[in-house]
Design a protein around this ligand. Structure first.
Ligand code: FAD
Ligand code: SIN
Length: 533
């Protein structure tokens, strides 16, 4: 079955839906998304979205804070551009109906703070900012006749011109994507003038993550297989504070809790962040996560503790209603006792390399949001810059891509349907779950907060064995969404390890005990990786 549109958007978080709403003014838009429309990392974002909204703040300070967090390899021109386009972009979100929390005077917005920010500049909707943004965007999309949403459709691979024509091309061109309709088990052919990857992050590559199940790095793996350049994959950000509780599936305790005064302590009650950074509990995230990891290892504690008990309980309950309620469900009252917390995989700073218009190096293929590597985050993302980046780049991709519609190679090429080959039904799902578990455990143990050359070697060896097994399995059986995701997480795991092996220094989120120092002479640059055909 073939579905043609001007724009094909893969993913329905803030990046995909913001783009779809804009693009729908110029043409038809198909949005494919692998679960329900609102199942995305966006929906779980807590702290907020950073931008310069206060007269006490400035573009210069937001730029500077981003550069400092990024540990020397942010692209300054990109940082400045995103920061400067922030207020206008956030006003568009407000026009689409996003209700950010206001101050009591109701004229101004309440601005919160998080790690690495020298100013209060984070707009939020209580402690469920992402849920509110996603709600408003989904509502706007549902009213738009030019947008068709395909839920439970998982993109498998891009359709590229050289694969169809079997001729080498000086520049590869994207014609759409094959996607599995999970419910009917049919692979559909989505063709489009312009294809957008907005598939989010890859936290599920690690055993412990605060990401939802959709975050399997599909877009990175898909783009890599098609020949796009991938960058900076070694920079997986670990959020310092996810709830440590046997029944909590990595529930995040927002950095805004520290922004409003919470203190990190050891099990014996000692506050420790002063030892690590002058900003103490509000130091950049890489430093806080490593400090917690270090304290846990030195003192043999199972977790650190986040203490906000010194604040007025009523304030805590109203400022963090969702966190308060969720912790209470686990038997923890944050107004009375410190919360046990541990770091977990949170955000992929690297991804598909794009230019300032969100263009990849494959023609007619754009990437935006967490799947992309724009140069904004460098070696460590500043808190709440991610929703901002996704929304800014959606606007830029839209402006750049409208000239490409009704102008693609599609009219001259016959796109074949997905080839099922001699695949038969799989009854060996145990292989999938075994490999899935092994990769995530291996990444957590060998490619986590602290790395070493030996651990990276071991990880690569394991990953390559699993990869071989999956490749055989993948082509022998009918594709399922579990198999598609497994193939993607193993590819992303490999890319993370290969980039971490390239970088022979410690910078930002990549800490390697064999190269404990930053090496500005040789490594003040990005790492790149591209599939060799
Ligand atoms: P997502 O919102 O993750 O959307 C990806 C979409 O792609 C989903 O719809 C998914 O189903 C779909 N998809 C994936 N693969 C496929 C496929 N193969 N086929 C079809 N569809 C596919 N950032 C901030 O700036 N501020 C915060 O306060 C903040 N808090 C966070 C809290 C948590 C718990 C988490 C997990 C993240 C947080 N982040 C925060 C990060 C931020 O939420 C994400 O980086 C951002 O929402 C990513 O948006 P996106 O549109 O790129 O991807
Ligand atoms: C948080 O609320 O701590 C997450 C913020 C972010 O990841 O930007």
């Amino acid at each position: 079955m073939r579905i043609n549109s001007n724009f094909l958007v893969i993913g329905s978080g803030v990046a995909g839906l913001t783009f779809a709403l804009k693009a729908a003014e110029h043409g038809t838009v198909a949005v494919i998304t692998k679960r329900e429309i609102d199942e995305s990392s966006t929906s779980y974002a807590q702290g907020g979205i950073a931008t310069v909204f206060s007269t006490e703040d400035s573009f210069d300070t937001h730029t500077k804070d981003t550069l400092v967090a990024g540990a020397g390899i942010c692209h300054e021109d990109i940082v400045r551009m995103v920061v400067e386009e922030g207020p206008k972009t956030i006003n568009s979100l407000i026009e689409w109906g996003v209700n950010f929390t206001r101050n009591n005077d109701s004229d101004s917005y309440d601005l919160t703070r998080e790690g690495g920010h020298s100013q209060r500049r984070i707009l939020h909707a209580d402690d469920v900012t992402g849920r509110e943004i996603e709600r408003a965007l989904v509502e706007a999309v549902s009213k738009n006749k030019n947008i068709t949403v395909y839920e439970y459709h998982i993109a498998i691979d891009l359709i590229t011109e050289s694969k169809i024509t079997q001729k080498p091309m000086s520049k590869e061109r994207c014609l759409g994507a094959y996607a599995l309709d999970i419910k009917s088990e049919i692979v559909k052919t989505f063709t489009a003038d312009v294809t957008l990857l907005a598939t989010g992050g890859a936290g599920k590559v690690y055993l412990y993550t605060c990401n939802p199940d959709i975050a399997t790095g599909d877009g990175v793996a898909i783009a890599y297989r098609a020949g796009a350049t991938i960058a900076n994959m070694e920079f997986m950000q670990f959020h310092p504070t996810t709830l440590y509780h046997p029944n909590a599936k990595s529930f995040l305790i927002s950095e805004a809790v520290r922004g409003e005064g919470a203190i990190l302590r050891r099990a014996d009650g000692t506050a420790f962040m002063e030892k690590y950074h002058p900003l103490k509990d509000l130091a950049p995230r890489d430093i806080v996560a490593r400090a917690i990891d270090n304290e846990m290892k030195i003192y043999g504690d199972d977790s650190a503790f986040l203490d906000i008990t010194h604040k007025d309980p009523e304030y805590v309950r109203t400022r963090f209603p969702n966190i308060y309620k969720t912790c209470l469900e686990y038997g923890l009252d944050m107004t009375k006792e410190p919360l046990p917390v541990v770091p977990a995989a949170h955000y992929l700073c690297g991804g598909v390399l794009v230019n300032e218009h969100a263009e990849t190096d494959i023609e007619n293929l754009y990437a935006m949001g967490e799947v992309a590597c724009t140069g904004l985050h460098g070696a460590n993302r500043l808190a709440s810059n991610s929703l901002l980046e996704a929304a800014v780049y959606a606007g830029r991709a839209y402006q750049h891509s409208i000239s490409k519609i009704n102008n693609s190679a599609l009219s001259n090429i016959t796109v074949p349907e997905w080839n099922l080959g001699k695949a038969t039904n799989s009854d060996e799902m145990v292989v999938v779950s075994q490999n899935w578990d092994e990769i995530r455990r291996c990444m957590w143990n060998y490619v986590g907060i602290v790395r070493s050359n030996k651990r990276l070697e071991r990880a690569l060896h394991r990953i390559n064995l699993i990869q071989k097994e999956i490749t055989e399995y993948y082509w022998d059986f009918i594709v399922t969404s579990d198999l598609i995701e497994l193939r993607n997480i193993v590819t992303v795991a490999e890319l993370i390890v290969l980039c971490a092996k390239q970088r022979k220094e410690s910078r930002g989120l990549n800490y390697n005990i064999d190269y404990p120092d930053k090496d500005d002479i040789n490594w003040k640059k990005d790492t790149y990786i591209r599939k060799q055909f």
